[in-house]
Design a protein around this ligand. Structure first.
Ligand code: NAD
Length: 300
């Protein structure tokens, strides 16, 4: 049993924290939303008054917050994690943020005699509940081994991607590619149908060529091709992840023109009012412009 602290008890963090608690760890929690804290306390967690108080009570301090500024806010200041972190403890950052922020925080954490591991997660809120998330982990091997039993409470697909920041870098490139595939599949299917091709003909041919991809094989038939645009993975989160990836790419002095186009397409979806719809709503954007619907044939 370990003393675990958890900061950020939202859609993902709430069920993740609950899974840590279920495996018998002592859990201290904090969130700016008192209702989120009360729900975990009802399940046996201990409420703390600040991120600093969470850190003072914990060997492993987890953050699962919306964005990098939120993580910085929870980490710094008189009431922040860094002010309470015990020497020898580990700061486990699991939000989707940029790798530069985690590397910068890790330098400060290490200067205090503690260590940091990043482990953003893949998959969805349902997987957070079932404890079957994909874990993209970055950090020193010894620190990673120490947090492994805690990570195993929350996820089943474990990938040690490299040193600190490698988990966040992996999440950035993965989600930029996955979202780019949604954007390009959407425009191709709508354009093909406008050109007189059926969905069956297009997918039949594409399965035999280098055009085939997992979004066409799995993602599209699950929701958008059924006309289901409810999240799923919200467009606003896909936009955020593409923005983080583009920042990472720019910070390395590289360019990513296709990634930039994907970010612009996501912005088009946000402007159309689809922020909380599934990322597959990018198909609806192209359908509306083409004046058609690309749908799986419904069986009689
Ligand atoms: P969410 O908005 O549901 O939850 C965030 C929680 O953090 C909220 O309870 C909020 O009150 C709390 N919070 C915000 N600022 C805080 C602060 N300074 N101190 C303490 N608490 C604070 O977000 P979520 O969907 O749980 O996502 C969390 C992270 O996981 C994000 O980085 C997101 O990109 C990533 N992610 C989400 C999904 C998904 O499907 N929702 C999937 C994979 C990864």
């Amino acid at each position: 049993m370990s003393e675990v602290g958890f900061i950020g008890l939202g859609t993902m963090g709430g069920p993740m924290a609950r899974n840590v608690l279920k495996k018998g760890h002592r859990l201290t929690v904090y969130d700016v939303n008192p209702k989120a804290v009360a729900a975990l306390v009802a399940d046996g967690a201990i409420a703390a008054a600040s991120p600093k108080a969470v850190a003072q009570a914990s060997e492993v301090v987890i953050t699962m917050l919306p964005d990098a500024p939120d993580v910085e806010q929870a980490a710094r200041g008189a009431e922040g994690i860094l002010a309470g972190l015990k020497p020898g403890s580990i700061f486990l950052e699991m939000s989707t943020i940029d790798p530069d922020t985690s590397r910068k925080l890790a330098r400060e954490v290490r200067a205090q005699g503690s260590d940091m591991v990043d482990s953003p997660v893949g998959k969805t809120a349902e997987h957070a509940v079932s404890g079957t998330l994909t874990l993209m982990v970055g950090g020193d091997a010894r620190a990673v081994a120490r947090v492994r039993p805690i990570l195993d409470c929350m996820g089943t697909d474990f990938f040690h991607c490299g040193e600190i920041g490698a988990g966040h870098a992996m999440k950035c490139v993965n989600n930029l590619l996955a979202t780019t595939l949604v954007a390009v599949n959407s425009e191709i299917l709508a354009a093909g149908m406008k050109a007189g091709l059926t969905l069956d003909v297009m997918t039949g041919v594409m399965q035999k060529t280098m055009a085939w991809n997992n979004q066409l094989a799995i993602g599209f038939p699950a929701r958008p091709l059924r006309g289901d645009f409810e999240a799923g993975f919200m467009l606003k989160l896909a936009h955020k992840d593409c923005r983080l990836a583009m920042t990472m790419i720019r910070n390395m002095g590289l360019t990513a023109p296709v990634g930039a186009a994907t970010l612009a397409v996501c912005q088009e979806g946000l402007d159309a009012g689809y922020a909380t719809k599934d990322v597959g709503v990018l198909l609806k954007l192209r359908e509306d412009l083409a004046g058609l619907k690309v749908r799986l044939a419904t069986k009689p």
